[in-house]
Ligand binder design. Structure first.
Ligand code: PEP
Length: 248
């Protein structure tokens, strides 16, 4: 049992939810005994949560994606400065659904990361391997490439203002979470990659089919500092249970 860690829980609603869900969260979500809860709704609901009289006392809100430029002719995109002005304080960048379905490259993601830092948002950089890459023994190499592209673009000084999320692609939305041992191994590797630059602490979250039944044993791992949660974060009662499992 780890007594010292305080968890960071990030809820990624993906393209789900509505104003009713925002109200349900306001009515039901409980302030954690320790640790932090961050919510990334679809960006149109950001302000609703940010100004909510109850949630604003203990929840940070942010976005699931942001563009890498500050303004201009980029129809449909949202700049990090706009997120900040609307009450957001963090941005998820490099989620595997963006990498695969929207062909986002490491260098494109590095621009989003840098733009977030410049706008005073905390970037949550998602890294992780596909099933084919894992089976080919490429997990460490893939994760290292995804990290170094961003560190080299932003500089390690800026990188320290971020959060990293290890999200194996094969575990996202599949119901097949990484085993605690497998997750811990990759988290250790991520720390070693960052330590090549310097040894300041950066929170490393695990994401991929986390729920109230598996969160406890994942949390036992020394290098898991919290969780990025998709499907299970859409129900405020479930989120309360997950938080309760690791903050008792
Ligand atoms: C995610 O969307 O980042 C995620 C981890 O999803 P899920 O928890 O549903 O696997």
């Amino acid at each position: 049992m780890n007594q010292i860690k305080t968890p960071l829980i990030v809820a990624n609603w993906k393209m789900n939810g509505n104003q009713l869900l925002c109200r349900q969260f306001s009515e039901t979500l409980e302030c954690p005994a320790n640790g932090e809860v961050w919510i990334a709704p679809p960006s149109l609901y950001l302000e609703t949560l940010a100004v909510d009289k109850k949630l604003r006392n203990f929840v940070r809100v942010g976005v699931q994606n942001v563009y890498g430029k500050s303004s201009g002719a980029y129809t449909g995109e949202v700049a990090a400065t706009m997120v900040r002005e609307s009450g957001g304080t963090f941005a998820i960048v490099g989620h595997s659904e963006r990498r695969t379905q929207f062909n986002e490259s490491d260098s494109f993601i590095a621009q989003k990361f840098y733009a977030s830092i410049e706008a005073d948002l905390i970037p949550i950089l998602c890294v992780g391997e596909s099933l084919e890459e894992r089976e080919a023994g490429l997990t460490y190499a893939v994760v290292e490439q995804q990290l170094t592209e961003v560190i080299d673009t932003s500089g390690i000084k800026y990188f320290h203002k971020s959060v990293v999320a290890y999200e194996p692609v094969w575990a996202i939305g599949t119901g097949k979470a990484a085993s605690p041992v497998n997750a811990e191994e990759v988290h250790v590797h991520i720390r070693q990659v960052i330590a090549k630059y310097d040894d300041q602490f950066i929170p490393i979250l695990y994401g991929g089919s986390v729920n109230e039944n598996n969160v406890g044993e994942l949390w036992e791992q020394h290098n898991i500092d919290g969780f990025l949660i998709g499907g299970a974060s859409l129900n405020p009662h479930t989120l309360n249970s997950i938080i309760g499992e690791i903050t008792r």
